[in-house]
Design a protein around this ligand. Structure first.
Ligand code: ZN
Length: 368
């Protein structure tokens, strides 16, 4: 296959990070250093699962001028929810924040990214859905992932859905990239095993898709190869996948996988997975795994390896998720998959519609 330039030339990465068990013990110091320089308060976007975690909240050493938002993670971020949070922040805080911290999974981190962007760029969240629409640098933002795999900590976007237009598109911008990360594997200790597996596979799948695609970036390829090798150690090694060392490996894999995909594109699995999310409401990471399991016609070696990981980790994927769907449901699945042109071109070339006919797409979904 001819290799194509991704067009991502001048890559912005996270500027600073602290990695290792208990690295969040220095988070409070960083927050107060930034507040001292800038004079403004802190906004913390906290995953709902951590909202009652008094130890973690005490560790942040916030004061009365700061605000904590409990981020509902049942649904992916909506533009109107971001706007509501902005209105609450503006009514609560007397001055602009000097730092916005996102602690949690992809949803909490993406919400923090959006809020930090909107504090310096006037208007509503929907105004910035697209590429490079933000005009001003954002408020300093810190990311603290508490589950590994999605790579949200590394990317230049924050996923958001506009319910009135149906548009699912983030604020793709260099200003969306976190200024600083705390990668603390202690925070992933209590993640349920199946969730840990599905999320971790997101990093694996990002890199399988990138390396098999025709749009490539030399640095992205190196990130991808290292991510895959870390995932193999975690999910196929002798140690428990959630041992201290493996949780640290997977946290690094998630970050590197995010860096990889930021320079490249995903392939076939993410578009089909998006179909499952849009039509059936399945969450991103489990949907990816359901799709991966039936992709042997496209990613033969990776599918075999993935199935070996499933067996080794005793994970039981949801079965028959498309059983009994109507013709209309299948039409909706087809549309929600084929709309992702760039990844599909990356995977199959410009003539992807010749491969992904209605019949073929229906046959693939029917096996999930
Ligand atoms: Zn993904």
């Amino acid at each position: 296959m001819e290799l194509l330039n991704t067009g991502v030339k001048n890559v912005k990465n996270v500027s600073r990070f602290t990695v290792g068990p208990d690295s969040t013990s220095t988070l409070a110091v960083r927050i107060s250093e930034i507040k001292d320089v800038d004079g403004g308060p802190a906004i913390v976007c906290l995953d709902q699962f951590l909202y009652d975690n008094k130890i973690l909240i005490d560790q942040l050493e916030l004061d009365k001028s700061d605000v904590i938002f409990r981020i509902d993670t049942a649904h992916e971020p909506k533009t109107h929810v971001i706007d509501e949070l902005m209105a609450r922040a503006r009514s609560f805080l007397r001055s602009n924040p000097s730092v916005v911290v996102g602690i949690g999974g992809g949803i909490a981190m993406d919400t923090a990214k959006a809020i930090s962007n909107l504090y310096t760029n006037k208007g509503s969240a929907a105004d910035y859905q697209g590429w490079d629409l933000l005009k001003e640098p954002a408020v300093y933002k810190i990311g603290v992932p508490t589950i590994s795999g999605t790579g949200a900590e590394a990317t230049r976007t924050c996923v958001m859905t506009n319910e009135s237009t149906g548009l699912k598109l983030g604020m793709n911008s260099d200003y969306t990239v976190f200024d600083e990360l705390f990668l603390d594997p202690n925070l992933t200790k209590t993640v349920p095993r199946s969730q840990y597996f599905y999320s971790g596979m997101d990093a694996y799948i990002h890199c399988v898709e990138s390396l098999a695609g025709s749009y490539r970036n030399a640095v992205g390829d190196a990130y991808s190869q290292q991510t895959l090798s870390l995932c193999r150690e975690v999910f196929l090694g002798e140690e428990d996948m959630m041992s201290d060392d493996n949780r640290e490996r997977l946290m690094v894999a998630s970050y590197l996988g995010g860096c990889a995909v930021a320079t490249s594109y995903v392939g076939l699995i993410h578009p089909f997975s998006a179909g499952l999310s849009v039509v059936l409401g399945l969450h991103h990471c489990v949907a990816n795994c359901i799709v991966m399991n039936v992709m042997e016609g496209f990613y033969q070696d990776a599918v075999s390896e993935f199935q070996e990981m499933l067996i080794r980790q005793k994970i039981h994927l949801p079965r028959d998720v498309c059983k009994g769907l109507s013709d209309e449901d299948h039409e909706a699945l087809f549309d929600a998959t084929l709309v992702h042109a760039r990844p599909l071109v990356n995977a199959l070339g410009a003539t992807y519609e010749e491969v992904l006919t209605r019949e073929k797409v229906r046959e693939i979904f029917s096996r999930m």
